[in-house]
Design a binder for this molecule. Structure first.
Ligand SMILES: Cc1cc2nc3c(=O)[nH]c(=O)nc-3n(C[C@H](O)[C@H](O)[C@H](O)COP(=O)(O)OP(=O)(O)OC[C@H]3O[C@@H](n4cnc5c(N)ncnc54)[C@H](O)[C@@H]3O)c2cc1C
Length: 456
């Protein structure tokens, strides 16, 4: 349902903080998520600047019979496309930000909707980094509380395991701290259950002791993709856990804003990080470099620059995608992928990516939360630009066609941060964790005040 005027209940939020209601001049800008393909039309958007404003909004929304959707950037807004938000207040955390590093403890305290680049730059001043993802402008909260797959992840596991404590505005409007000894059930549940349990106003997380890393990308024309994709698959079967990479077949439209090596080109790109010294990293990369890439940016770089390597869009963009988890990667799997996006095809996808999982990604952590590992050996993610509805439909069909072609090697599980569709949320957790999570959600928020992208 499209609402064009404030509802009486949403009107009660006015004055509590910066609030935009339907019909207000700022409503359209405030409701727009990072993923511009998602047309969110909530009852209100609240933009708190303090924790007190968050609590006031949560209490007022509950009192007025409205629901609350925490959102930091809207990178993960895709699953909300199919949900009516006509009785929902989006609490946008983009103005409640900040990072404090405790260098001696090796931790950072990250406020509300802070994005990863702010954290890695603050950590870098102390010679450290964190389990961030590929993009600088993804928020710590949505990424980390949904697992979080980093290019350090095969060695260090999912980012959710790096969380030491959270501060959350819960359904009763109070600010609750949760850590291993205080509110341990909430601490367990929110590391996977994320926005289903409240508005997270701070996260304390462990940093990593890396000032610089060996990272970069190798790039070839797509014509080389049969040879390169098979070589990458074989290579990943043997590399140590210190190596986390992705392989993408990419197609860029001819755009003046793109550098010439991307504009109008079909490519195959391998990128990621090797937590090794230069000699060992060079030795490990040798089989891929032997394929004579057109571009090779791998080398030692400040850890804070790892967020440049994957070439994620520098600004909000309209995108649709599909995803699956592969249990194995055989020669036939690669052939199936090439049949969809290899030389001579025109899938319409911006990219079809395989992210190497396994290693510490696959190992449940005894001290972890509801999502302490992701099963599977590789994650497929296919995405298309979706500037208008017909493009969205075609792009979605193309991303799903690749997932179908990979189905013989896929498992039922899904990685939450790679899932932009509304799917059965239970598929993101193992059975025991799912049962406990559902029980804790019923106890913490029986009235379903909170609306997360992956709803429990
Ligand atoms: C360009 C791009 C690159 C990416 N790279 C990676 C990657 O390398 N690895 C990876 O694992 N994922 C990656 N992702 C996926 C990304 O991690 C998810 O989309 C994630 O949900 C984004 O978090 P966000 O807070 O920025 O987004 P949002 O859309 O704001 O949040 C997503 C959900 O998280 C919850 N949430 C967000 N903030 C809060 C809060 N303060 N309190 C409570 N709940 C909250 C809500 O339930 C919300 O619906 C990428 C996505 C994009 C678009």
């Amino acid at each position: 349902m499209t609402i064009t005027a404030p509802t009486p209940s949403a009107d009660t939020l006015r004055g509590l903080c910066e609030v935009h209601l339907p019909g207000d001049p700022g409503y359209d800008a405030a409701r727009t998520p990072w993923n511009l393909a998602v047309d969110q039309r909530p009852a209100a958007v609240a933009v708190p600047r303090t924790v007190e404003e968050v609590t006031a909004v949560v209490r007022a929304a509950a009192g007025a019979g409205l629901r609350v959707a925490p959102q930091s950037t809207g990178h993960g807004a895709g699953p909300l496309s199919d949900v009516s938000l006509s009785d929902v207040v989006i609490v946008r955390l983009s103005e409640l930000t900040g990072v404090t590093v405790d260098a001696s403890a090796g931790t950072a305290r990250v406020v509300g909707g802070t994005v990863w680049q702010d954290v890695v730059e603050a950590a870098a001043t102390h010679g450290m980094t964190a389990l961030h993802g590929s993009a600088p402008d993804v928020a710590v909260a949505g990424y980390t509380l949904s697992g979080g797959l980093s290019f350090y992840g095969r060695q260090h596991g999912v980012a959710a395991n790096s969380v030491r404590a959270v501060e959350v505005v819960t359904a009763d409007g109070s600010v609750t701290r949760a850590d291993a000894t205080t509110n341990p059930d909430l601490f367990w549940a929110i590391r996977g259950g994320g926005g289903n349990f409240g508005v997270v106003v701070a996260i304390e997380l462990d940093l990593l002791p890396y000032a610089d890393v060996y990272a970069g990308m190798l790039l070839w024309d797509r014509e080389r993709s049969p040879e390169v994709a098979h070589a990458w698959a074989t290579w990943t079967h043997d590399v140590p856990e210190s190596v986390t990479t992705s392989m993408r077949i990419m197609s860029f439209p001819p755009l003046p804003d793109l550098p010439p090596f991307l504009s109008g080109r079909d490519l195959i790109v391998i990128d990621g990080a090797l937590l090794e010294d230069d000699d060992r990293a060079t030795e490990l990369l040798a089989p891929l470099r032997a394929l004579a890439p057109e571009m090779d940016t791998f080398g030692r770089m400040p850890a804070a620059r790892l967020t440049d390597v994957h070439m994620d869009p520098p600004a909000p963009a309209p995108a649709v995608s599909d995803h699956s988890v592969l249990g194995e990667l055989t020669e036939e799997t690669i052939e199936a992928l090439l049949g969809q996006v290899g030389p001579g095809t025109q899938s319409g996808l911006l990219f079809a990516e395989l992210r190497h999982l396994g290693g510490a990604f696959s190992r449940p952590s005894p001290t972890g939360g509801a999502l302490s590992h992701v099963p599977g050996a590789y994650a497929y993610l296919g995405a298309a630009m979706a500037p208008f509805p017909e493009a969205a439909a075609a792009g979605q069909a193309a991303a799903t066609a690749v997932a179908r072609a990979l189905a013989p090697w896929s498992q039922a599980s899904r990685v939450p941060t790679f899932t932009d569709l509304r799917v059965e949320t239970g598929s993101m957790f193992d059975g025991e964790a799912w049962a406990r999570l559902s029980h804790l959600r019923d106890a913490a928020d029986p009235g379903r005040l909170f609306v997360a992208n992956h709803q429990l």
